[in-house]
Design a protein around this ligand. Structure first.
Ligand code: ADP
Length: 545
């Protein structure tokens, strides 16, 4: 998951760590040397060696500062890099009428799990590598001085690590449970904040906060369970640590009494014990957090495993396009087709009303035309006089789509327009507002710069729908799809928009209305009726499909 770029950053961090190891071993060596000079075991210049000690300390100090600065830097870089890549992957993932995960869960993975993994890559992994290096070097140093002491220390630490490992499998399982519960809490909060009015009116705040308390209580319980297992694992490690230090200390004391150990060697022993045991206990301490991170690796792998849409580039038809739906069968579940052997044609420049009762499959047809989903059988093609392209991601740029309900993004109205067409000029925007009967925007104190918050809060639904129509009209495609887009408007405004669209766009754009209102069907020149699965063209002929 790290990628080559991230691997390079980790390598640099390890390199800084190697300098740190060398400096800390040099420090042990100079301490031993100074004590031996002071006690007369070595004959050398004390001032030169003190100078050497100060120099080593300065190297250690600057290396530590550099290490933590670089670590902070790669933490942000790796986090941004991973989150950007995964966000793009999720955005490009196939959509089958509903998302595989709750949006709150996805955000939780993109935030918390990415942070956990970033910490693993930027901090834990280099630390483990550096610590292992430190362990090997300190062990070699100690082996050269007193091999027996090294074996005793290693044996004690191995027993301690193996004992504490018994808890690790359980810790991993609990970590996965915690991550899932945490995501549940986030999804719950996000959903209730999004539907706060529903929470205030229909559900009741007490019930919402009660459920929140319950979820947090469950999260607390699993956390406590994991904490208990972590503590047991830590007790084994601490016992091993204490036993190792005691052995080295007694070894040194007995050695001094028998004259086999100098004071300098004793100083080196005690420092090396720390440098052998410290890394082992540090690695053992890292193991639970690496295990916690593995739960995050699994959760992010689930995001990575989402199948993505092909990215073949946009195919924008130059002529006025039509749509040919040929013998299409599609169902959200196996063997339960919503649309079966369905055919119809949306002629270039035509204005078609797709009608029928709720649940008949109107939106499903539009999703198929937009290439958001793929038919099980049959084909959907977008064509002009020169070329034909299959419905799918690359044909999507041909559509000006107005989704159902309030689809405003937070930001100003101008920001929303620029999303549809980054090159739209002031006069393009004014024209679009006029065609969508949304001139009221220009009369607002801030006009196009009026800021609407999330989901267009601050605007009535009818106003938001009209702005959404204007936004779609700014897009470069030539097929305008309005999905129940005039449903929140009063009949006068609806009539205005329809007659404006008819007057300005008929014959210049291919227009599809999804509607259950007869008024909309009246202005159209063709009707696809999902009630009896027929397509009727006014003034021309009538055909059954
Ligand atoms: P309409 O737009 O005509 O109201 P839809 O196309 O939304 O109808 O739905 C057609 C049928 O497909 C309905 O029975 C609906 O329950 C079902 N359906 C719609 N979306 C999904 C989905 N994401 N998963 C499963 N079934 C769905």
């Amino acid at each position: 998951m790290a990628g080559r770029e991230n691997a390079g950053r980790v390598a640099v961090r390890c390199l800084i760590g190697v300098v740190g190891i060398a400096a800390s071993l040099a420090f042990v060596w100079i301490c031993k040397r100074l004590v031996d000079i002071a006690t007369g075991n070595i004959d050398a210049d004390l001032r030169v060696n003190i100078g050497l000690m100060v120099a080593i300390m300065l190297v250690q100090l600057s290396n530590n500062i550099l290490a933590s600065y670089y670590e902070g830097l790669i933490l942000v870089r790796i986090e941004n890099n991973l989150r950007g890549r995964l966000f793009q992957h999720v955005m490009r993932s196939r959509w089958n009428g509903r998302d595989a995960l709750h949006s709150g869960d996805t955000v939780n993975r993109l935030e918390t799990d990415i942070y956990t993994i970033t910490e693993l890559i930027a901090t834990r992994l280099p630390d483990i590598i550096i610590t292992l290096g430190q362990l090997v070097c300190a062990s070699v140093f100690l082996f050269m001085m007193k091999p027996g002491l090294l074996w005793v220390l290693l044996a004690i630490m191995v027993v301690a690590v193996v004992s504490s490992r018994l808890c690790f499998f359980r810790i991993r399982k609990l970590s996965a449970e915690i991550r899932a519960k945490d995501a549940q809490v986030q999804s719950f909060m996000q959903e209730n904040l999004l539907h706060r009015v529903l929470a205030l009116t229909l559900i009741g705040v007490d019930r919402v906060t009660g459920r929140m308390d319950q979820l947090q209580g469950e999260l607390y319980d699993v956390n406590v369970k994991r904490l208990n297992f972590n503590s047991v694992a830590r007790v084994f490690m601490s016992l091993g640590f204490a036993a190792g230090y005691l052995s080295a200390f007694l070894w040194g004391v007995l050695g001094i009494r028998s004259g086999a150990v100098t004071f300098g060697m004793m100083t080196a022993f005690l420092q090396l014990v720390g440098q052998v045991q410290g890394p082992i206990s540090q690695i053992a301490r890292y193991i639970p957090s690496v295990i916690h991170s593995l739960a995050s690796v699994d959760r992010l792998s689930e995001l990575e495993d989402l199948e993505t849409e092909p990215t073949e580039g946009n195919v924008l038809l130059q002529g006025l396009p039509g749509i040919q739906v040929d013998n299409v069968t599609f169902g959200y579940e196996k063997d339960k087709p919503v649309i079966e052997n369905f055919s119809c044609t949306f002629q270039p420049g035509s204005m078609t009303a797709v009608m029928g009762p709720t649940g008949a499959g109107k939106s499903t047809l539009i999703r198929l035309i937009l290439g958001l989903m793929t038919p099980e059988k049959g084909s959907i093609r977008i064509y002009d006089e020169n070329m034909t392209v299959d419905a799918g991601p690359s044909a999507r740029c041909n559509f000006m789509y107005v989704p159902q309900g309030n689809s405003m993004m937070s930001g100003s109205i101008r920001d929303n327009f620029l999303l549809a067409n980054p090159e739209a000029t002031e006069s393009d925007m004014t024209d679009a507002l006029r065609h969508a009967c949304a001139q009221f925007v220009l009369e607002l104190p801030d006009g196009l710069d009026t800021v609407c918050s999330e989901l267009g809060a601050g605007l009535s639904e009818g106003q938001a729908q009209r702005i959404a129509i204007a936004r779609a009209l700014l897009h470069k495609g030539q097929i305008l799809i309005l999905d129940e887009s005039t449903s929140a408007l009063d009949s006068t405004t609806e009539d205005h928009i329809l007659s404006d669209i008819r007057q300005n766009l008929q014959g210049k754009r291919t227009i599809i209305f999804i509607t259950h209102r007869k008024t909309v069907a009246d202005v159209a020149d063709a009707v696809v009726d999902f009630g009896d699965r027929s397509q009727k063209r006014k003034n021309t002929h009538e055909e059954s499909v």
